[in-house]
Design a protein around this ligand. Structure first.
Ligand code: ADP
Ligand code: MG
Length: 399
């Protein structure tokens, strides 16, 4: 059966990519929102094998149709649970000592925050990737207690108004970064973390005593929480006009010890809700909004440049061109696994932004970042890759 073979083939392709540590790209199309019934869509086709097609509303027909292929495409009916089911395995890699970076890219209103965090005040069912990831990591670290001791899970949560003015310092932390004046807060559950993150989002100060009361005696998990909006912006007057959150980054560092061998392991996960990728018309914005837009463009293209440099195995990877790429450096290299959610607004009116998002994603998805290597030990990637290649060969012959 051709369909089955095709699906098998795709599965193996994804597995192969897993082994190679390539950047993976999942495309997610949000539904039309309440009150948007009867709107024209630009999405022409969504396949189960990662294929999708977009139609130019000004040119309906063969000429205006463009096909894209990613590792996965989620249609408007996809649930948060479905999306997490496909990212869970990747996220769990950090417990084995891998560095992982997951980011959401797309224009404003395309569902980045919905995928990464979920709606405001989300119930557990509506939780996005970040809360589900934390909850899963807490659970697994408990399950593995007999064979593996997770000494700490450190969470950094950053909400940035502006990356240029944020003070980032190098440290010996697995993430390689620290934001000065951050405070360590012990947490014991996902609920604690959500409380802290909400506090951060609302820009309220955490009362240390209130936190200590709740944390009881457990000091196994720490949440490193910071308020760079207040603490690290050098000239706040330049950027607070709209008080918009441009990027948010959740960074989870795990350190543990194998009970049998005593070997230590560190792994690190970055969950990044990027700034909207839409191009801003210079004639329409001025002053601070223009500066902000230019800054966003610069850092998103710096992110693109880093990925392309890695792909070309260039001797110089321009991590230092933006604070964003500095922050993500540890999880954007040859030894890391990277996943990009490409978020799309289905509306026909969004066609040109949708195309530019898809083109960025297409360039990124074709790129190998080199073999992912565990911080703990190298896997026998070569052998597994040969196995997959020979299976693929068998399928090709059957066709
Ligand atoms: P972004 O962060 O890219 O600007 P949001 O995540 O805020 O976009 O999404 C814009 C709106 O669309 C929000 O009201 C959000 O709740 C809604 N939305 C986005 N994705 C979905 C989805 N998959 N299902 C239901 N509603 C969604
Ligand atoms: Mg958002």
């Amino acid at each position: 059966n051709y369909r089955v073979v095709l699906a098998e083939n795709r599965k193996m392709y994804n597995e192969l990519q897993d082994l190679k540590g390539n950047i993976r790209v999942f495309c997610r199309i949000r539904p039309f929102l309440r009150g948007q019934t009867g709107r024209k869509t630009t999405i022409d086709y969504i396949g189960e094998d990662g294929e999708m097609a977009v139609m130019n509303p000004a040119k309906p027909g063969k000429d205006g149709r463009r096909v894209f292929r990613f590792n996965k495409v989620y249609g408007p009916d996809s649930t948060q649970a479905e999306v997490f089911a496909d990212t869970q395995q990747l996220i769990r890699c950090i417990l084995d000592g891998y560095n992982v970076c997951i980011f959401a890219y797309g224009q404003t209103g395309s569902g980045k925050t919905h995928t990464m965090m979920g709606p405001n005040g989300a119930s557990e069912e509506e939780w996005g990737v970040n809360y589900r990831a934390l909850s899963d990591l807490f659970k697994i670290s408990q399950d593995r207690k007999a064979t593996f001791i997770y000494e700490s899970i450190v969470l950094d949560s950053f909400v940035y108004l502006d990356f240029n003015t944020l003070g980032i310092m190098s440290t010996s932390q697995p993430s390689g970064l620290a934001v000065p004046d951050a405070t360590m807060q012990p947490v014991t559950s996902t609920a604690d973390v959500i409380d802290l993150m909400n506090t951060g989002l609302n820009n309220r100060a955490v009362s240390a005593t209130a936190m200590n009361e709740r944390s009881s005696r457990s000091h196994r998990f720490y949440c490193l929480f910071s308020y760079p909006i207040y603490l690290n912006i050098l000239d706040i007057s330049k950027y607070t006009v709209s008080n918009r959150i441009i990027y948010s980054v959740v960074s989870i560092n795990v350190r543990g010890k194998d009970v049998k061998t005593g070997a230590t392991m560190v792994g690190n996960l970055h969950l990044v809700d990027l700034a909207g990728s839409e191009r801003v018309d210079r004639s329409e914005v001025t002053g601070d909004r223009l500066k902000e837009a230019q800054h966003i463009n610069k850092s998103l293209s710096a992110l693109g440049d880093v990925i392309f440099a890695l792909a070309q195995k260039s001797s110089h990877v321009p991590y230092r061109n933006s604070k964003l790429t500095q922050l993500l450096q540890s999880s954007l290299g040859g030894h890391a696994k990277t996943l990009m959610f490409v978020q799309l607004n289905p509306d026909a009116n969004a066609y040109s932004e949708t195309m530019s998002t898809l083109k960025f994603a297409e360039r990124v998805s074709g790129i190998e970042l080199g073999a992912a290597k565990s911080n703990k030990e190298g896997r026998d990637v070569k052998e597994l890759m040969e196995q997959v290649a020979s299976l693929k060969d068998t399928i090709a012959k059957k066709d």
